[in-house]
Design a protein around this ligand. Structure first.
Ligand code: BTN
Length: 285
């Protein structure tokens, strides 16, 4: 058996064994990390783990604190959307970071988490899990996880960064409209996994990738593995700007985390996540 196959099966087995109990202690001990999720605050119910963590950050909570909820009553997605957050089957977690970097570099941390979530989920499940630029985690052409990063900063320094991640884990069905674009680990593999183990796997990957990111304070050291996980590469995409759109073929990312695209006239352009949205030529991916 090839070593990577062995690793996938062992990972899936580890994440699947035992009851799906989520407590702060369970998550901390399953992660076994140095600092990411070194302390966990667990809420059976929260409005939004990003909001809970922002309050804790303002009271001085440390780098690496992780807020986890079983369900959210006001889960928030990107671009002001709602993140549906039923209880008992998914992961809603927010990680507090206090990086000593310039505020304009912080959006790249979202890509670091996308890479870590994709890798951690691959460690737990035998599924072809990829990233849709910049930070959606995808399986079977549908969205498995989403990331919402929020920052508090002054002109030249960061007070804190909150990376909120929602992962569809054991959920067995979605409302009809959402089901067209959303999937879960269970729907992709037919297996339930233990959420605390999945969180641990993602946190271990994040800790490793964050160190690589901080060496250069950009995506230089992660570009290759991010690129290998990227589903857009070689595909036709629609670049949606606020007042126009165009078609192009996606390549990889550059060291700033921008997506490189080749326009129909052959010109290569780097597009920035804050300024454009990317869709597949005829659908979500
Ligand atoms: C997206 O729109 O893709 C981002 C979704 C982010 C959802 C997570 S769930 C944990 C954290 N708390 C929130 O309210 N949102 C993020």
């Amino acid at each position: 058996m090839k070593p990577e196959v062995l690793k996938t099966l062992r990972g899936a087995e580890d994440c699947g064994s035992g009851a799906d109990v989520m407590t702060a202690e369970q998550v901390e001990s399953m992660a076994g990390t140095r600092w990411a999720a070194g302390t966990v605050v667990y809420y059976p119910e929260a409005d939004s783990t990003n909001v809970r963590l922002r309050h804790l950050a303002e009271e001085g909570a440390p780098h690496g604190l992780l807020a986890v909820a079983d369900r959210q009553t006001a889960g928030r997605g990107r671009r002001g959307r709602v993140w549906e957050s039923p209880g008992g089957s998914c992961i809603y977690m927010s990680l507090l970071l206090r990086p000593d970097i310039a505020p304009e570099k912080a959006p790249m941390l979202t890509l670091v988490m996308a890479c870590s979530a994709a890798e951690g989920l691959r460690d737990c499940a035998d599924a072809d899990i990829r990233i849709k630029w910049p930070n959606d985690v995808i399986a079977g052409e549908k969205k498995l996880a989403g990331i919402l990063t929020e920052m508090s900063s002054q002109t030249d320094r960061i007070n804190h960064v909150i990376i909120g991640t929602g992962i569809n884990v054991n959920i067995k069905s979605f409302p009809e409209e959402l089901g067209k674009t959303a999937t879960s680990l269970y729907l992709e593999t037919g297996r339930e996994v233990k959420r605390a183990a999945v969180i641990g796997a993602v946190m271990r990957r994040f800790e490793e990738n964050y160190d690589i990111f901080m060496e250069t304070e950009d995506m230089s050291g992660l570009m290759e593995k991010y690129g290998n996980l990227l589903i857009n590469t070689g595909r036709e995409v629609r670049i949606l700007k606020p007042d126009s759109q165009y078609r192009a073929v996606a390549g990889g990312i550059n060291r700033k985390g921008e997506l490189l695209v080749r326009r129909e006239d052959g010109a290569v352009e780097a597009v920035c996540a804050g300024e454009v949205s990317v869709r597949g030529a005829s659908g979500y991916v």
